[in-house]
Design a protein around this ligand. Sequence first.
Ligand code: DGL
Length: 272
Amino acid sequence: MTPDLNSPIGIFDSGMGGLTVMAAIRRRLPDEALVYLGDTARLPYGTKSADTVTRYALQAAGALLRFDIKLLVVACNTASAAALPALREMLAPLPVVGVIEPGAAAAVSAVPAGPIAVIATEGTVRGGAYVQAIQALSPAMPVVQAPAPLFVGLAEEGLTGGPIAEAVAARYLGPLLDTVPRPRGLVLGCTHFPVLKDTIAKVAGPDVTLIDSAETAAVRVEEVLKEKGLLNPGPPAAPKFLATDAPGRFAHLGEIFLGEPIDPGAVALVDL
Ligand code: DGL
């Protein structure tokens, strides 16, 4: 089958966190049909090697291709960092949008004089994908980065504000933002971090601009669909959800990230 205007956008992530990207796409492009795959059986990706994450990402993309998607969004920062070239090669000529390049571009345009700080998973930080993407746009830009793994657990527990979340944010952001010269932009380089945005903003202080890669990825999706003449005039089909394990848990926790309830009956179990 050849995808057409009504074909869905495929979105995938290691789990539920990428629903923050799906929410941003829904707000920006309400007429698009969306199919979301969360690889909940193999979450987290952030602590795994780049080779393993690439293998998982190619399998997830293969499952979404069966829905005749017209564009793939790699909502997971770790998978975007590790697997984008392999995904683009496998899916060509289908467009593939990751979250790193749009996040880097937004950071450089929000804080052109820098410095820029990045928080992400261990895997994303290790590969240096944000540093490379930012410096590809602005070669002299100072970039500092740090992993913030506990934010993932806090987000999944719904502990997005209050003393525990603030203490963890202070622990991660303190050393990073105390770098001299002080960073003026902070990239939220992980799917889970946007739900902690208010706490992160409070701890970072008003002189630090937060850059949310979910919002910027949605802008990029719109640009690509426009460029390719693939925008759906609507009305959209209902969104579909796929999970590789525990669809009930996906629906329950997914609400935190999507910002609206997910009917457990609408989440299908898939095997990759
Ligand atoms: N989705 C991952 C990311 O954005 C966070 C969770 C994980 O480690 O799998 O990097």
